[in-house]
Design a protein around this ligand. Structure first.
Ligand code: DOR
Length: 422
């Protein structure tokens, strides 16, 4: 099918495009961009007054399949992605079995081709079983299609193993995505450590549990010259460490997630398990530092850490409930608040959700360049809507943003050549 998107405000940081124009898409590929005349047999979408972006990339998604299909599947997770304006997601390996070998990688890729509403790139585990003890077969998994390696959900506690991972991954020029948490400091922590955790009687995790590991991993990236990407940055100290490391020329990039700049630790009051996430929600000064880090380019990427869980799991008492927020369907609108606040320009924001992750992962997505198959998002920047978790496409209804009124919604996503309209 040929689709001509007319008169939209195109923002494509990969080509420095920020202005009114047309986009021609055919069979899922971009065939033209600029001032394009209609030709016969075209479906014309009038995008007057709307924004047109490349399909967004989420480099940190938990699709849960194989093994946890009661939480999410490749089908439902990618549908949620498309609803949220993402046309490319990277699947974290903490499935069951763990994606620590090429047969699991192959299964994810095959299923995603058959059932996925958008493109899926698997991220392989750094260590077998994500046990932190023995390196996984990164080479074979990379050849099969893994674009990065991570033990996300868990840190690699053993520094020698982390060193070897950074060294080994250099062979394939892929990043190691570090879940930075010193388990001996975070132990049974279930929220941010501070006065509030004391008041609520909940065990806290100090900011330092994250920062100690970021410092170690930066040191190891310096030693090995491997490519380090820090996942879900949540504290002021972490931003400072990444800032220093970049200043010293260390090969490090970083991401944060919308919940770390949108809400604080007090969201867990009332023992709200939907606000339980790892790393935990922090404080005002952390939010301010994260925003500054985004503004200065210290934080390269906004990722969702979409972590769907079953309702029954989130109904457990706070201590026992799993960490995670279902994030794909609110990420863009929450991030657009940064534009409204003047933290980022729209161009910068879209860059952190397209061209930056594409560059880190070396994937040919997140662009409207002619010939690319990255998909397209059409956004109504002024459309207000109420978040209704029950209506999420994702199986995971676990969001602390339920009932929030947000502005800026994808009205059309074109993914894999299919037009999704709302
Ligand atoms: O809150 C989280 N949930 N943080 C992680 O690192 C893992 C994720 C999950 O898999 O549920």
């Amino acid at each position: 099918m040929k689709i001509l998107i007319k008169n939209g405000h195109i923002v494509d940081p990969s080509q420095n495009i920020d202005g009114i124009g047309d986009v021609l898409s055919e069979e899922g590929r971009i065939k033209g961009i600029g001032d394009l005349p209609p030709t016969p047999n075209l479906r014309i979408i009038d995008a007057t007054g709307l924004y047109v972006f490349p399909g967004l990339i989420d480099m940190h998604t938990h699709l849960r399949e194989p093994g946890f299909e009661y939480k999410e599947t490749i089908k439902t997770g990618t549908m949620a992605a498309v609803r949220g304006g993402f046309t490319t997601v990277c699947a974290m390996p903490n499935t069951s079995p763990v994606n620590d070998n090429s047969s699991v990688t192959d299964l994810i890729i095959t299923k995603a081709i058959q059932e996925g509403a958008c493109a899926v790139f698997p991220i392989g585990a750094i260590t077998k079983g994500q046990d932190g003890e023995e390196l996984a077969e990164m080479g074979i998994m990379h050849a099969e299609g893994c674009v990065a390696f991570s033990d996300d959900g868990r840190p690699v506690m053993n520094s020698l193993i982390m060193r070897r991972a950074l060294e080994y991954s250099k062979t394939f020029d892929v990043p190691i995505i570090a879940h930075c948490e010193d388990l001996s400091l975070s132990e049974d922590g279930v929220m941010n450590e501070g006065l509030l955790s004391l008041t609520l009687g909940l065990k806290g995790t100090p900011a330092e549990a994250e920062e100690v590991m970021i410092a170690r991993d930066i040191a190891l990236a310096g030693l090995t010259r491997g490519r380090l990407h820090i996942a879900h940055v949540s504290t002021e100290g972490s931003v400072r460490l990444v800032r220093q490391a970049k200043g010293r020329g260390i090969n490090v990039t970083a991401e944060t997630c919308p919940h770390y700049f949108s809400i604080m630790e007090d969201a867990v009051k009332g023992y709200n398990t939907n606000a339980k996430v790892n790393p935990p929600l922090r404080t005002k000064k952390d939010i301010e530092a994260i925003k500054q880090g985004l503004k200065d380019g210290i934080i390269d990427v906004i990722a969702t850490d979409h972590a769907p869980h079953h309702r029954d799991e989130k109904l457990r008492e706070f201590d026992q409930s799993p960490s995670g927020i279902s994030g794909l369907e609110t990420a863009l609108s929450l991030s657009l608040r940064l534009v409204e606040e003047g933290v980022l320009t729209l161009n910068q924001l879209i860059g952190k959700m397209t061209v930056s992750p594409a560059k880190i992962l070396k994937i040919n997505k997140g662009t409207l360049k002619v010939g690319s198959d990255a998909g397209v998002v059409i956004l109504d920047l002024n459309k207000e809507y109420k978040v209704e978790a029950e209506k999420f496409v994702s199986k995971g209804k676990n969001t602390p943003f339920d009932g929030w009124v947000l502005k800026g919604m994808p009205v059309i996503t074109i993914s894999k050549g299919k037009v999704y309209e709302w």
